[in-house]
Design a protein around this ligand. Structure first.
Ligand code: KG4
Ligand code: ZN
Length: 395
């Protein structure tokens, strides 16, 4: 499966096999292009995708030692994302599909972030010589469905029960910013390096800081639900910077930056952990046919599922209660080591195993799209090939 990703500011492609081997990967980032704008500039992003897409796909194929005619299918991110950017990937995927008469698999970006955890399980299994975890008895990749997934990226902040491919129960989402976005904005306020993103720079600064020096409040203490909010915390950081941060050139400034970074990270992570702890209870209730999911808070936290509209499934859930065994953390922020450690403790206390894909599969990449394509293809969720003759007849 060739996977193509161009939803935001990374042009990426990869070739992955259905038994979980990554044969070739390529990626072209655009951080330097967008740095002066303080966010992704859609028109420039689309131009950069258009300039890079042929090379990135060719590189992924050549690293795999394959031509497009050796592929079985092509998967592409169709949303959510910047439409000008998505178009570039979709056009390329259509061109490959036509040229080599391949089925086309449309992939949801967030589903790709989620399902790549199962590829990570298979890869760990293969790396261990076949003795490691990662594959269940029936050949099903681990984590098996259902699992709880915290998706934390620059654009999304979701807590979902993943019951199967295309079968999700949303427990909560953000009321304002996503955590990655908050990391990027706080990094900018603190004057940290933003290339490729502010998140990693803020994590590095926080490692040298004292989280207890500045008191920031944990968001949404009065809302007993699974939603997230980072706008108030961001304002708290801004006020703290205005009143406490020594001016440029002051010898105490660097330490104060580290201390504010540490305090932000600690409080944001406490908020995540609190929501995840509650979400584990809600997920267990919902899987046992209980009804507490959504009962504790705002209407935003009520459950929703995309299973029927999407034709998904593959869950193997037959109505009997399936045990929750894994907490998956996915999306760009999941590469944060501090957040991983804290969530590992939450998972352990609840008797769950924490699964976090390797960092390079947490940020946007082609492997996750190829893998989500494989999971969908297996279930017949693809468009039949548009061969050149068929196209000529149809157009
Ligand atoms: O998943 P992703 O590559 O793109 C989106 O779909 O949004 O996530 C990018 C986000 C950025 O906001 C970035 O700052 C954040 O993930 N991020 C981090 C870390 N590495 C990337 N946030 C916190 N700590 C990190 N180490
Ligand atoms: Zn993403």
């Amino acid at each position: 499966m060739l996977g193509i990703e161009s939803s935001c500011d990374d042009t990426a492609a990869a070739v992955v096999t259905s038994d979980g081997r990554v044969l070739g990967e390529a990626i072209a980032g655009q951080a330097a292009i967008h740095a002066p704008y303080g966010g992704v500039h859609p028109a420039l992003a689309s131009q950069a995708h258009a300039a890079a897409i042929d090379r990135v796909v060719a590189d992924a194929l050549s690293r795999a030692g394959l031509s497009q005619h050796d592929l079985s299918a092509v998967a592409v991110t169709v949303g959510p994302g910047l439409s000008l950017c998505l178009d570039v990937g979709v056009r390329k995927a259509r061109a490959v599909s036509r040229a080599a008469a391949l089925p086309l698999v449309p992939v949801h970006h967030m589903e790709a972030h989620t399902l790549v955890a199962r590829l990570a399980g298979l890869a760990a299994h293969a790396a261990s010589g076949g003795d490691g975890g990662g594959v269940l008895r029936d050949g099903e990749p681990a984590p098996a469905f259902p699992f709880l997934c915290l998706l934390v990226s620059g654009g999304h902040n979701l807590l979902v029960v993943v019951r199967g491919v295309g079968d999700y129960l949303q427990l909560g989402s953000t009321l304002d910013d996503a955590l990655g976005e908050a990391y990027d904005k706080v990094a900018r306020m603190l004057g940290l390096e933003l290339n490729p993103h502010g998140g990693a720079a803020l994590e590095a600064a926080a490692r040298l800081g004292d989280a207890s020096r500045y008191a920031l409040s944990v968001p949404m203490q009065k809302h007993a639900n699974c939603d997230f909010s980072f706008a108030g915390l961001k304002t708290g950081v801004r006020l703290c910077i205005e009143s406490e941060l020594p001016p440029e050139g002051d010898p105490g400034r660097q330490q104060a930056v580290a201390d504010i970074a540490a305090s932000f990270q600690s409080v944001a992570t406490q908020h995540l952990c609190q929501r995840v702890r509650r979400g584990i209870g809600w997920a267990r209730d919902s899987l046992q046919g209980g009804s507490s999911a959504g009962s504790g808070g705002s209407s935003n936290s009520s459950s929703s599922s995309s299973s029927s509209s999407d034709g998904g499934s593959g869950s193997g859930l037959d109505g009997s209660a399936a045990a929750l065994r894994h907490l998956v953390v996915a999306g760009g922020v999941a590469s944060n080591q501090y957040i991983r450690q804290q969530l590992a403790q939450v998972a352990e206390a609840a008797g769950l195993q924490l699964v976090v894909p390797p960092a390079r599969w947490c940020t946007d990449n082609g492997v996750m799209v190829a893998w989500a394509g494989i999971e969908r293809y297996r279930l017949g969720l693809y468009q039949p090939p548009l061969g050149p003759l068929q196209l000529a007849a149809g157009e």
